[in-house]
Each structure stands twice: as C-alpha cells, then as structure tokens.
Design a protein around this ligand. Structure first.
Ligand code: GLN
Length: 493
C-alpha cells in the first residue's frame, strides 16, 4: 500500500503499517500535516495547527514503539476538538473569549490518548462553546462540508467531522451535548459515537451543559471507533459523574453475531418533520439489518417531541452557570478599558462572547431566576425524567433502537442566520438521547441528492459494545462507510 492509500485507511490499517515498520509515525504525521495545509484555506477544519509540536509528539511515538513494540497505537494521529484542554496547546473552545488561552494541563481524554502514543494533528474548529448545529457559530469562521463546500458540515464538532471526512485525519475527538458528534458524523459521511453519560471523564473538557456533555470519537469505521472508545473510557475520580465499571473492551466483542437482535423502530420518528430523501435511506438501512437477521419491532417514544423545549431550558441554564467563570479576571479575554470592576466584567463578557452564546446565557439566567425556576427549570427536569422512562420501557421490547440522526442532510451555509429556533429543531432525534444519558452512534447509510445520510443506533445504558457490533456487522455487509468526497481525493500525498 502506498502512503496516499494508507492515509485514506483508518486506525486499524495505520496501526498495522506502523507495527511492521513499513512507515514511521513522523512520516505519517508529516503526510497528514501536508494534506491539512492544502485543505485548510478552503475547509477551515482547524483552529490551530502546530507542525513542530505535532512532529515532536510523533518522534516520541516512534521511540515509544522502538522501546516497547507492544504499543500498538503509538504514532496514530488524531485531531482534537478545540474544547479539550491539552498542555501547551492553544485551547479556544471556538471563542474570542479564549483566543489566547494556552492550556496548562491535559484533559482526561487527551491524557489517555497521549499515554498510548497518539499524535495530535491539530485543534479542530467548533461552534463557540459547542453551541450550534452547523459550525457557523465559531469565532474562527465556519467550516465547510467536504462533500459540497456551499454546505455546513454540521455542528458543534464540525471541524472534527470535516477533517476525518476529507482525509486530513484518521480519527478525531468530539463532544456531544445534544447531537454534536452524531449529526456532523452523519452530514460528513463518517462514523461517530457518543458514549453513555459517565463512561468518559469530562475532566479538562471545557463545559457547556455538564449534565449532558459527553466526549466521544469520530472515525472511518465502527471498528476504529471501538479501538478508540477503549482508550478513552474509564473511571476518573477527578470527574464526580464518572462511573466506576469494569466493562469488557468494545474491540474484543466486535465480531459477535447480531442475528436475532431486536431492533426498535420509534413510530414517532418517521412521520412529519423527516425529509422524504432521508427517510428512504434510513428505511433501506433498516431493511439491510433485517436481511442480516435482525428482527424489527415498533416502539413508542411519545415524550420525545418534548425533548427540544426541555433541552433549551436545561442546557442554557447549565451554560449560564458554567460560563460565569469567563469574567476577564479568572479566565478569558479582558477588556482594554473599564472604570470599575462591574464594567470590567460587562465589557470583557460583552466583547468576548458571540451572539449565540449570549443568547443562551440570557435564556439560562432567565429560567433559573426566582419566580421562573418552578415554571421552566423544574418542569423541564420532569420532562427529562419522562423521556428517560420512555426509553427504559422501549428497551424492554428491543435491544437497540434504529432511526434517523437528523431530519435533513447538511443545509447550505447561512440558512438559519435570522432564525436560530429553526436550527434548534434540527436536533429532534439526537437530543432525547442526551437527556436520557444513553449511548448512540451514527454510521453512513447512503446518500440523498449527493449528500451523506446517517443511520442512528441507540443502546441501553453501557451497551456501547452491542451498538458497535451492530454497526460493524452493517459495515461488513455494506460499503457506505468507504465512500469519500470527490473534492478531496486529489490531496497529496
Ligand atoms: N445543537 C445543539 C446545541 O446547540 C447541540 C450541541 C452539542 O451537542 N454540543 O446545543
């Protein structure tokens, strides 16, 4: 296999090539950095690229391998969403507020990856503080969709998804608070997983809505997702919501037979709101699962239509509290001119945050204020419980749930500038999963008018292995996950 072919393969192929000494970590990193340089002016998938830092990591990975050949992942490159603190790397969360913040320590996810010798290729672009569905809210400019540069890649982890789809990285990290891994994975035609809440430590991950945020992975296949999930999972006492469990590694169980698996089809998710083109693709993917020996059962998720209103109370409420630390004193941008402390806060926050972030802080402060707390926040928490109950009942009838990721394919840049609520509505199939804390993934399932469509698989708590088995079996039977955007097939090498 020549270098160019190798770069288009995933983690598994790279690991084999590194293991047989066909290629070094430095050669692989250099080649991806060259690709990033070619694509960056157009795609804008990265906020920060630091060639020297990356090559230092790669040199270290090569010596790790030389010292202990058992390090099977050392030298695999990865793009990091710019929300994970990484020592010595500028960590902006897509915000002017943190434009000059160099993280003094590693987040848990970065630490786990570094321990295995992964090489950071750069810091992936994202919506400011992970708020958005299109990556248009980044202070560093929008990311383009590699399948069609006039369209968005999805958000908020749009840079991570675009980088993997365009062949600029074999894998990337992401975070998913209401769909920010699954939706950009679907819209860029790659695989992405959001684990069970509590499976991956949130330590060092810049918080948006702490009771919903989960770190996860983008890659080219379910097999690669499984390998990376095993690296980043695990208990961490530094995150009070991290759960101490000893689950079998996902990668070990990947080949388990899925015949007889009961696949739940939510009857509310295929009606009004779902575009005809996406519906056809998702339904034929489900037919494929049936042909592979799965059994379909209809399930009822009556409360899921309340998920968006509940989420847009809970997430902004938590965000308004989390983002209060960015005041120009302890963290973040400080205004150049102010006459007293109050004005220092006002100006620093006024200048540092973008419009969507301000909107959410306002909404969050409002729903938490005295007199409105009971009417909005408490009520939203009740709805959240009912949504989780729906899923719990559904999982008595089925083993996994299958459905769409998003109601449409990627929309043109600038579609919702004037109407953010329209954009919020696009998260209707992903948000219920975060409210319930469940694991879910998106895998490529076909195309609608040339744009990729994802299939969402949702599992019971802690059943990532089952989800990945199902996705892996689907990818053995189909080749959607191997399709690459023509625009980026000519990158060198
Ligand atoms: N689009 C949703 C929001 O704007 C979800 C974002 C996310 O998952 N980080 O809040």
């Amino acid at each position: 296999m020549n270098l160019s072919e190798l770069l288009n393969q995933g983690v598994t192929a790279l690991s084999a090539a590194l293991g047989s000494r066909e290629v070094s970590a430095v050669e692989i990193a250099t080649a991806y950095l060259d690709r990033i340089e070619q694509a960056q002016p157009e795609l804008n998938a990265f906020i920060t690229v630091d060639r020297e830092h990356t090559l230092r990591d790669a040199t270290l990975a090569d010596s790790m391998r030389a010292a202990s050949p058992g390090q099977s992942l050392a030298g695999i490159p990865i793009a990091q969403k710019d929300v994970f603190c990484a020592k010595g790397w500028r960590t902006t969360a897509g915000s002017h507020m943190l434009e000059n913040f160099i993280a003094p320590y590693d987040s848990a996810v970065v630490q786990q990856l570094n321990k295995q010798g992964f090489v950071t290729l750069g810091r992936a672009n994202m919506d400011e503080f992970a708020m958005g569905s299109s990556n248009e809210n980044s202070y560093f400019g929008p990311v383009k969709n590699p399948w069609d540069l006039s369209r968005v890649p999805g958000g908020s982890s749009g840079g991570s998804a675009a980088a993997v789809a365009a062949g600029l990285a074999p894998a990337a990290t992401g975070t998913d608070t209401g769909g920010s891994i699954r939706q950009p994975a679907a819209w860029c035609g790659i695989s992405g997983i959001k684990p069970t809440y509590g499976r991956v430590s949130r330590f060092g991950m810049i918080a948006y809505a702490s009771s919903l945020d989960q770190a996860g992975i983008f890659a080219r296949s379910a097999q690669d997702l499984a390998i990376l999930m095993d690296v980043i999972s695990g208990h961490d006492p530094r995150d009070a919501t991290s759960v101490d469990r000893k689950d079998a590694p996902c990668a070990k169980e990947l080949d388990k037979d899925i015949r007889g698996l009961r696949v739940g089809i939510p009857k509310q998710w295929f009606g009004e709101g779902l575009s005809a083109g996406v519906k056809i693709v998702v339904e034929s993917a489900i037919q494929e699962l049936v042909m592979m020996g799965c059994e379909c059962v209809e399930i009822d998720l009556p409360m899921s239509e309340q998920a968006i209103p509940a989420y847009y109370v809970i997430a902004p409420a938590e965000a308004s509290s989390n983002l209060s630390r960015f005041d120009g004193v302890r963290f973040g941008h400080r205004a150049a001119q102010y006459k007293d402390l109050a004005e220092l806060y006002e100006r620093s926050r006024g200048e540092g945050f973008g419009p969507e972030v301000k909107r959410r802080i306002l909404m969050g402060s409002y729903v938490l204020s005295h007199g409105y707390y009971d009417a909005y926040y408490l009520q939203a928490q009740r709805v959240r419980r009912l949504i989780a109950n729906d899923f719990e009942r559904a999982f008595m009838l089925c083993d996994v749930i299958a459905g769409p990721v998003a109601p449409t394919t990627a929309f043109p840049l600038g579609s919702f500038g004037a109407d953010p609520v329209q954009m919020y509505l696009a998260d209707l199939y992903t948000i219920p999963v975060n409210l319930a804390g469940l694991p879910a993934l998106s895998i490529p399932a076909g195309f609608d008018a040339g744009m990729p469509v994802g299939l969402q698989l949702i599992g019971p708590w802690w059943q990532e292995a089952r989800l990945l088995q199902t996705a892996h079996a689907f990818q053995i039977a189909t080749d959607w996950h191997t399709k690459r955007p023509a625009l980026y097939s000519g990158l060198k090498p």
